[in-house]
Design a protein around this ligand. Structure first.
Ligand SMILES: *Cc1c(COP(=O)(O)O)cnc(C)c1O
Length: 330
């Protein structure tokens, strides 16, 4: 595989640091490293930056003057897409689905929503359960009829183009580990729309790294989550020119930490946020990275990682904290 063959905008701050979490490791009696993809840049950073390097390069190639995407009210992907669009001088429109029913002012207007608008994006809100893919197609068609050249990005930036960003992360992480003699036994991270895990799995398989990736679910039940990741990982491997390298067994998701549903904070997720903040000075979020860390912490406490060297991929999301202040009893 040769990533340089794909159009890409080099706007991310890379490589992101790979650091040992000393105090958390001591607390959990396990060796836990963190890959700081919360520090990728573009409106504070997060995992969508790596995907958007490849997606927005396609938008530039097609001569787009408008980019459109969709997600939940506090979508990090929307905020980062808005930042890329600002940088590239494109219009940005984001369709927001109310998946939680929260109607307090910080949830609906602070955090990611505040930043969407600061970057000059327009937003439009839909009730939970709306067919967002169909709505986005309709809206994009209306803009095209107005003469706009619209580049449409799926929710979470999760298609084979976006997943290339996490193939790139697999390459980068393996290089860092090789340089410092760190044998990685497992990578753990929060999984949602599946592009992150699909890219990592396809990349690790293409590199024959033998490093298992564990996705901690934030929305779908396990069979659906794994199928989504597997399908996208296979399509990504095909795009890379190595079809068939991904085995079904390479895709593992643990969905025990979702709680009541997408975007609804859990006690274990909030505890994980407090632990990372107090022990490591690192900010997580209640929708994704907090739930991912809740899985990491619980599995470590159960002895699942005994004798292993684990890398927690921090996918970002801390901007969302300001839309969820109520969850912390504040
Ligand atoms: C989108 C997102 C994820 C999930 O990544 P997917 O590629 O959608 O699976 C995890 N963490 C954060 C902070 C995110 O914004």
């Amino acid at each position: 595989m040769h990533l340089a063959r794909f159009p890409r905008l080099h706007l991310a701050h890379l490589p992101t640091p790979l650091e040992k979490m000393e105090r958390l490791s001591r607390e959990l009696d396990a060796e836990i490293w963190i890959k700081r993809d919360d520090c990728t840049g573009m409106s504070t950073g997060g995992n969508k930056t790596r995907k958007l390097e490849f997606l927005m390069a396609e938008a530039v190639e097609m001569g787009a003057d408008m980019v459109m995407t969709q997600g939940a009210t506090q979508t990090n992907h929307g905020r980062q897409t808005a930042a890329f669009a600002a940088k590239l001088g494109m219009d940005c429109h984001i369709l927001l689905e109310d998946r939680t029913g929260y109607d307090n002012a910080n949830y609906t207007g602070n955090g990611n929503v505040l930043l969407d608008h600061l970057h000059g994006a327009t937003t439009e809100t839909f009730p939970g359960g709306t067919d967002m893919v169909a709505e986005m197609e309709k809206t994009a068609e209306a803009e095209r009829a107005n003469g706009k050249k619209v580049y449409v990005i799926p929710g979470g930036g999760s298609n084979p183009t976006g997943a290339l960003g996490y193939v790139n992360c697999a390459l980068e992480l393996l290089g860092q580990a090789n340089d410092r003699g760190l044998v990685i036994d497992r990578v753990v991270h929060a999984t949602g729309s599946s592009g992150t895990q699909a890219g990592l799995v396809a990349g690790m398989a293409a590199l024959n790294a033998g490093i298992p990736v564990l996705g901690i679910g934030t929305r779908a039940p396990r069979p659906k989550q794994e199928q989504m990741v597997y399908d996208l990982a296979c399509r990504t491997a095909e795009k890379l020119g190595c079809p068939g390298v991904v085995a079904r067994g390479d895709v593992v998701a643990n969905t025990d930490y979702v709680g009541e549903g997408y975007g609804l904070p859990t006690d274990s997720g909030l505890d994980a946020i407090r632990m990372f903040a107090e022990l490591e000075g690192i900010l997580l979020d209640p929708v994704y990275s907090g739930k991912g860390a809740a899985g990491l912490i619980d599995l470590a406490r159960k002895g699942e990682f005994d004798g292993q060297q684990i890398v927690f991929l921090h996918t970002g999301g801390a901007v969302g904290l300001f839309g969820y202040d109520f969850a912390f009893g504040g």
